[in-house]
Ligand binder design. Structure first.
Ligand code: GDP
Ligand code: GDP
Length: 435
């Protein structure tokens, strides 16, 4: 489970500056799920070797009304979902009533909180920091987000409070393939989950271990075990008042991270929208096997169907390894066929790849199409071995490997994918220089 760190504070204290600094360290996908989660930004960051989800909550300025109140409400939801809260204040502006109000809110939450006194550059810390101690909330860390001063000390301390990393995958193998059903609100996730579990051939063991709000459902289909990660939380919804926002990006990102195979549900009636693309990007970045389900295919006119198909071909080229299914969760059409793709994607994602085989493919690829010269020396790629599963990682050893251009990496990836018949999963190529 990826830990979640939320950045909160009133507008203009430096939250996005800190967010950008922390997510920049890695090739982070910073998805702005605008409209869904007004003004909240999500990114993944690596902090002292731990991967975390960072949430920039937008602003809480205190005494909100109308749309601002909705925003503050969203920020509070992000806080609920967070493992750790970084509460930012502005040393130049000093302590404000809005800071006080946020502090009061945070106090009722009892989350591990760190007080980040930002913009400490150009002020006398002894004087500037004093009022913030009065807030009596969290350990205080002075920072300059724009230059990164104090950020490392802060993060070193934060990492100590992160929850333990999740158990390795092998321990859970008995429960079968973990399938996450994800997608925007109203695309039909709950309907699909009900449909998958309602099939005649399915036996559900209804003792879901829950983590946050996703529900983990163990079941058997044709005597094979599966675990469904239900981000829509249907099994619970009947007990609890329909939550204000059953959809949650954090929940979705965590389900993706924790799954073996992700079924991304898209509403065919709406077509592909940006949020679908962002979610897809998150799945790829996490390296998870992917099956795309175009839902609500029932009752669509023929020309509408053609339009959607053309659109998919055009925009989904970067995930052309994933199977696409046209389904109706409502009527059950095409739903059972998802399993073939789920199984084959999982197989590909977890295949054992031998060093011998990988090295032979590498040598063949290189002989077909030499890597380029760099400063008059040819890049040498010598051998390859497996470096991980789900996603398959192929580690290639050679010389000057840091110079391998991206088009050549893509060529290698394509060649390995074809030779190994890898389907439905991203493949990661890594390089090592030297023996
Ligand atoms: P947010 O609204 O909380 O996300 O704040 P921003 O990150 O957008 O920052 C607001 C302004 O403060 C920007 O002009 C930043 O460049 C500036 N800023 C952020 N951190 C620092 C800092 O540590 N020192 C100084 N002097 N300015 C900063
Ligand atoms: P979720 O928010 O993604 O869990 O979406 P729901 O499963 O709650 O579905 C949202 C709405 O879409 C409901 O009114 C469903 O009845 C409807 N719906 C779901 N799947 C289909 C489908 O395959 N065809 C049609 N026509 N409607 C569907």
């Amino acid at each position: 489970m990826l830990p979640v760190i939320a950045l909160v504070g009133r507008p203009n204290v430096g939250k996005s500056t800190l967010f950008n600094r922390l997510t920049k360290s890695r090739d982070a996908l910073v998805a702005n799920y605008a409209g869904l989660t007004r003004d909240r930004k999500y990114g993944e960051a690596e902090i002292n070797g731990r991967n975390v989800i960072l949430v920039d909550t937008g602003g809480i300025s205190g005494g909100e009304e109308g749309i601002d109140a909705a925003m503050a409400q969203q920020s509070m939801q992000a806080i609920e979902e967070a493992d750790i809260v970084l509460f930012l204040v502005d040393c130049r502006a000093g302590l404000t009533p809005a800071d006080q109000m946020i502090a009061d809110q945070l106090r009722t939450r009892s989350k591990p909180t760190f007080l980040v006194a930002n913009k400490v550059d150009g002020v006398n810390p002894d004087i500037a920091l004093a009022p913030f101690y009065e807030l009596g909330i969290g350990e205080l860390f002075p920072t300059t987000a724009t230059h990164g001063r104090g950020v490392r000390a802060l993060m070193e301390r934060v990492v100590e409070d992160l929850p333990e990393a999740a158990a390795p995958v092998e321990e859970e193998e008995a429960k079968g393939i973990k399938i996450a059903i994800v997608g925007r609100p109203n695309v039909g996730k709950s309907t699909l989950v009900n449909r998958l579990l309602g099939e005649d051939r399915v036996v559900v063991y209804d003792q879901p271990g829950t983590t946050r709000d996703s529900v983990y459902i163990n079941y058997e289909r044709d005597d094979k075990p599966y675990t469904l990660i239900d981000t829509a939380g249907i099994r619970r919804r009947k007990n609890i008042k329909e939550s204000v926002e059953k959809f949650s990006i954090v929940k979705t990102l965590q389900a993706v991270e924790d799954a073996n195979v992700v079924v991304l549900v898209i509403d065919a009636r709406e077509g592909l929208v940006d949020q679908d693309m962002h979610l897809m990007g998150s799945v790829i970045q996490a390296g998870r096997a992917l099956v795309v389900a175009l839902n609500k295919w029932d009752g669509l006119e023929a020309d509408h169907r053609d339009f959607v198909k053309t659109e998919l071909e055009r925009r989904l080229r970067f995930v052309d390894f994933a199977d696409i299914h046209f389904i109706s969760a409502l009527h059950g059409t095409g739903v059972g066929n998802l399993y073939q793709s789920i199984e084959s994607a999982y197989q590909s994602a977890t295949d054992k790849l031998s060093t011998n085989h990988l090295t032979r493919i590498l040598q063949w690829a290189v002989s077909e199409h030499q890597p380029p010269l760099v400063h008059g020396h040819r890049i040498k790629l010598r051998y390859a071995h497996a470096g991980g599963q789900n996603p398959p990682v192929i580690v290639i050893h050679g010389n000057q490997t840091e110079q391998v251009p991206s088009h050549y990496v893509r060529y290698l990836e394509k060649t390995f994918r074809k030779a190994l018949d890898l389907h439905g999963t991203p493949v990661k190529i890594e390089f090592r220089t030297g023996a």
